[in-house]
Each structure stands twice: as C-alpha cells, then as structure tokens.
Design a protein around this ligand. Structure first.
Ligand SMILES: [Zn+2]
Length: 190
C-alpha cells in the first residue's frame, strides 16, 4: 500500500460509505500496516480527535489509533491492531460522545464502565489489558466503527431520527449541519 491518497485522507461522514461495513482483520503486521497507522495518527491530530478507526479514512481494516493526552496538548499515540473486547463490566458509565464521522453532534452514550481487550501492537506483538474511564469509552466507540456501528446507534430512536433528519437536510443544501452550538465539544472521541 502506497499510503492513503487525498480522497481517502478526508474523513468519511455519515452517509458517505464504509460506515456500515465490517472492517477486515490485519493478517500480517508489516511496513504497510505501520504506514497506515502513521497516516491515521496524522489524520487524528489534524482533526483534533482523541481516537480514529482506519475505516474513517477509507481503509476498512481493524486498526485503531488513540491519544487521550491530545486533550492536554501532549502527544502519546497508542495503536491497536485487531482489537477484541474479551470482557465487559456489568457496571455502566455515561459519557457525552462526539464523532469525526458525525460532526457537530454530541450525545450521552451508556457503555460498559470497564473492559478487557486484546490487540496487536505495531510490531505484531499481542497484548491484553484492562481499561476504564475515557479509555474504555473510546475503545468501545472505535471498535464499534470496525463493526459498522456509530455512537448514534446507541442513542434513542427518537434522537437518532432527529440527527439523521438534520444530516439529510444539510446534505441536500451541501453544508455541514450546524448543531449543538450551545454545547462544548468536551468528548470529541473520533
Ligand atoms: Zn467515531
């Protein structure tokens, strides 16, 4: 793979494809995988996100990048190849989430408060770890992307219908939906 071209680098938005497809597991972690990861990290920082799934830049592979320190202006990128959630706590947590693929929408989403997950690092080495707080939320949000699920699939049908309506209207006018202006984008997850 010679790196994502300009079209692929642009963040895909709701209704622009790839959001309802399952991403494919990475069979061998190689130089092309690491190049894609570097492109993803760059795209994540450019968009001020704290996480990004490969599918969001048009690469339907099971890869996630994340940097929670990005909020404090630090750079500490993490990479998760073929991430799998192996355990979810019964205890739930609510975060207000936003998504680069659904711009200008922030909604409270309830997810497992703690998870255990496995993944490969950029050298292909397997790791297992436990996450809670924003890390657990962000991982679940990004892994959802790999399964064609968006955070708005977790909100009420009524709210989702409102979001879809605003996106359809905005798409007809060719503009980005101007929504939630009264809200601070506190958890713009990616
Ligand atoms: Zn997202």
């Amino acid at each position: 793979m010679g790196g994502a071209d300009a079209e692929q680098q642009r963040h895909r938005r709701l209704g622009e494809g790839h959001h309802d497809e399952d991403a494919t597991p990475v069979e061998a972690v190689d130089a092309a995988t690491r190049k894609l990861i570097d492109d993803m990290v760059e795209s994540m920082y450019a968009a001020d996100g704290i996480g990004l799934a490969a599918v969001q830049i048009g690469a339907p592979q099971r890869i996630i990048v994340m940097d929670l320190d990005q909020r404090e202006g630090k750079r500490n990128p993490r990479h998760f190849i073929n991430p799998v959630i192996t355990w979810r706590s019964e205890e739930l947590a609510i975060f207000e989430e936003g998504c680069l693929s659904v711009p200008e929408i922030w909604e409270e989403v309830e997810r497992a408060a703690k998870i255990k997950a496995e993944y490969l690092d950029r050298e292909g080495k397997r790791h297992e770890f436990e996450a809670e707080g924003l890390l657990a939320t962000c991982l679940q949000h990004e892994i959802d992307h790999l399964n064609g699920v968006l955070f708005i699939d977790h909100i009420s049908k009524l709210k989702r219908a409102m979001v879809m309506k605003k996106f359809t209207k905005a798409a007809k006018k060719g503009v980005s939906p101007a929504l939630a202006k009264d809200k601070e984008p506190s958890h713009h997850i990616g």
